[in-house]
Design a protein around this ligand. Structure first.
Ligand SMILES: *[C@@H]1O[C@H](CO)[C@@H](O)[C@H](O)[C@H]1NC(C)=O
Ligand SMILES: *[C@@H]1O[C@H](CO)[C@@H](O)[C@H](O)[C@H]1NC(C)=O
Ligand SMILES: *[C@@H]1O[C@H](CO)[C@@H](O)[C@H](O)[C@H]1NC(C)=O
Ligand SMILES: *[C@@H]1O[C@H](CO)[C@@H](O)[C@H](O)[C@H]1NC(C)=O
Ligand SMILES: *[C@@H]1O[C@H](CO)[C@@H](O)[C@H](O)[C@H]1NC(C)=O
Length: 353
């Protein structure tokens, strides 16, 4: 049933970064770093990460927690090598009492998106009741949490609810001051990626519009929008969270589309490989202080058979080259990785953790 313990230990998060300087633009001048995947071994699916220079140059990541409580773990790091579990967004029953009513290992909190805007941490996610039909809006409880201080559990607000017949919702603040929610519409009646204007303080949403249907893979989901070089880039997961999982992208000059698919899709996948790292997908992108891009994604150490994976769905990281006005290029996922010079080692993450 289980992988040999030695194999598991041999692949967990030991890190040996090269000691070279990591300042400067990092485009081939400083030696690359070596790090080992998964960066978060164990049950940390659907990672979403940000870099917050305003918060002492710190990286923060959230992941799915399904029916576990406390829920929605947050990890923090200053060097992308030493990560600390600093707490949970969902840490008091009154924040979201309905979690106690949902059954099944597949119910509960799905795919949070963590973002930092206006001196506030925002966490948008979906509480799913998998016993209800997909077309039933009460299956999908879409919610917004916010906090000023992610190291303090009390700082996280109670859930603000908004109406959407779907899941994997994320906030996006456009340059014109408008705020949007983008999410994956339920697949029995979709599948597609939808978007609406939102008031994040009240949960009031405008009209939902389809902005992309994906590339034809099962269940386009986990959408994230990034604005760069005059383009809106839309990243999504497709193929389901099993061995056909992949990351695809599209882009548009307008937030509402039409979005054109990247001719090189999928941009990241281990489908049809014999890698130990299977099911790679559901990614998020962020950059460091040097402007170098990174991605995190979900992966399962189960390959190539995908029969036994006692560690569940874990978080992996990879380096991404993103030339100006061009599509990003993701380094394929394996255990031992080479990538941009990392920020200098720093283990001083505050709090108990
Ligand atoms: C959870 O399962 C129990 C036992 O099957 C059932 O009585 C209850 O209605 C279920 N709750 C929900 C919210 O579906
Ligand atoms: C969500 O929809 C329900 C039923 O249509 C409505 O009563 C409620 O006001 C809506 N909530 C929000 C935040 O728009
Ligand atoms: C996306 O799917 C919707 C609903 O099935 C459909 O109406 C629309 O034409 C599709 N758009 C594209 C570009 O295929
Ligand atoms: C994997 O192979 C199947 C069958 O040939 C194909 O349909 C699918 O597109 C491939 N997936 C990727 C990500 O290459
Ligand atoms: C360093 O990593 C980046 C991202 O994977 C890659 O583009 C670059 O070629 C690497 N440089 C060296 C010297 O290996």
């Amino acid at each position: 049933m289980f992988l040999p313990a030695a194999l598991i230990l041999g692949l967990t998060a030991a890190v040996s970064a090269s000691p070279g300087p990591s300042h400067g633009p990092g485009h081939g001048k400083a030696p690359n770093s070596t790090f080992y995947n998964p960066i978060f071994p164990g049950f940390y699916p659907d990672p979403s990460c940000i870099y917050a220079p305003e918060r002492d140059d710190t990286f923060f990541c959230a992941s799915s927690s399904f029916n576990a409580f406390p829920g929605i773990p947050i990890h923090a790091s200053k060097d992308l090598q030493n990560w600390k579990l600093i707490g949970h967004v969902f840490n008091r029953q009154e924040q979201l009492p309905r979690l106690a009513e949902t059954n099944r290992s597949t119910s509960g909190i799905w795919a949070p998106t963590l973002r930092y805007h206006d001196d506030t941490f925002w966490l948008v996610t979906t509480l799913v009741d998998d016993d209800r039909p997909q077309s039933d809006i009460s299956r999908w409880d879409n919610i917004i949490f916010k906090a000023k201080d992610p190291y303090n559990p009390k700082s996280w607000s109670n859930a603000v609810h908004f109406n959407f017949t779907g899941y994997d919702t994320e906030p996006f603040w456009d340059v014109d001051g408008k705020t949007y929610i983008t999410g994956a519409h339920a697949w029995q009646v979709g599948p597609y990626i939808e978007q609406a204007e939102v008031n994040l303080d009240t949960g009031a949403v405008g009209e939902w519009r389809i902005i992309w249907n994906g590339t034809g893979g099962m269940a386009p989901e986990g959408p994230h929008i990034y604005r760069k070089d005059g383009w809106y880039y839309l990243l999504a997961a497709e193929g389901g969270t099993g061995v056909n999982h992949m990351v695809t992208m599209a882009r548009s000059k307008k937030i509402g589309g039409p979005y054109e698919s990247n001719p090189s899709n999928p941009v990241l996948s281990n489908a049809n490989t014999t890698s130990l790292f299977q099911t790679v997908g559901h990614a998020d992108l962020f950059h460091d202080a040097n402007g170098n891009w990174w991605a995190v994604a979900l992966s399962t150490r189960s390959g190539p058979e995908y029969l036994h994976y006692p560690m569940g769905r874990e978080t992996v990281m990879t380096a991404v080259g993103w030339p100006k006005a061009d599509w990003p290029a993701f380094t394929p996922i394996s255990g031992k990785m080479s990538g941009w010079p990392m920020p200098p080692e720093a283990t001083d993450i505050p709090g108990v953790g």
